[in-house]
Write a protein that binds this ligand. Structure first.
Ligand SMILES: [Zn+2]
Ligand SMILES: [Zn+2]
Length: 238
């Protein structure tokens, strides 16, 4: 059952709530999403009846409020999220401006979604280091299991596949899940080989010219070999 009670009128600073809901709607593994304001559901989507959504909405805001009261007495700050393990998944309650968003998803996905919402709230987007494209609300299709997952996932929350490196949907460059470039610039690798060749040459020349320089020459050649080996390993890792 899926029902929308009007549009979602809540906001996360710096994000269009429609975009957030559209993003959640694309992901596999979310059973339901409810947005509630003053304990009443204003948006319901997924495998949840209206009655269940009302119960979840009332509970969600009440739970956050009570937690905040308790933490307040202990000198704590504002409570922004709450997670509970429930049958077939994890229930998250996250505070938005003027209400809360509640969703149930498989645990690893629920944690990723929570990270996305926290990033939106704190205005810490994940951006492609090459083109600056905002990846926070991008999705990715896992090549192993075919499920649509958050772009920021380092491993697939469904099948566990390593999906840390993928192409930026905007510029196509291989990047890590945090937006950093997957391929380091080539210059350090070339410099590494040049340095090792130089050390071989210096070591060899030292030994040829002056036999007493044997230990220094050997040390130089060994150093050159270590740098060459290290550079080779780094270049293979890319
Ligand atoms: Zn997968
Ligand atoms: Zn890019």
């Amino acid at each position: 059952m899926s029902e929308e009670l009007g549009t979602a009128p809540l906001t996360v600073p710096g994000v269009d709530p429609e975009k957030l809901l559209e993003y959640i709607g694309k992901l596999d593994g979310v059973s339901y999403t409810v947005i509630s304001r003053e304990g009443l559901p204003v948006y319901i989507k997924g495998e949840i009846s209206k009655e269940e959504a009302e119960a979840v909405a009332a509970l969600g805001e009440e739970a956050l409020r009570r937690l905040e009261d308790s933490f307040g007495k202990l000198g704590g700050g504002r409570v922004t999220k709450l997670s509970v393990d429930v049958a077939q998944g994890r229930l998250y309650v996250s505070r938005l401006d003027g209400g809360v968003i509640i969703y149930r998803a498989i645990p690893r996905l629920a944690d990723l979604l929570s990270e996305v919402i926290e990033r939106l709230r704190e205005q810490r987007p994940v951006k492609c280091q090459n083109c600056g494209h905002d990846l926070t609300l991008e999705t990715y299709k896992c090549p192993r299991c075919g499920k649509t997952v958050p772009f920021i996932a380092r491993e697939c929350p469904h099948c566990g596949a390593n999906i840390d490196i993928k192409r930026c949907p905007s510029c196509g460059v291989p990047i890590h899940s945090d937006g950093t470039l997957a391929k380091p610039p080539k210059a350090p690798i070339i410099l590494g080989y040049i340095a090792s060749i130089a050390m071989f040459a210096v070591g060899g020349a030292a030994m040829a010219i002056n036999p007493t320089a044997l230990p220094a020459g050997i040390a130089s050649i060994v150093g050159g070999a270590i740098i060459a080996g290290g550079t080779y390993l780094i270049s293979k890792r890319i």
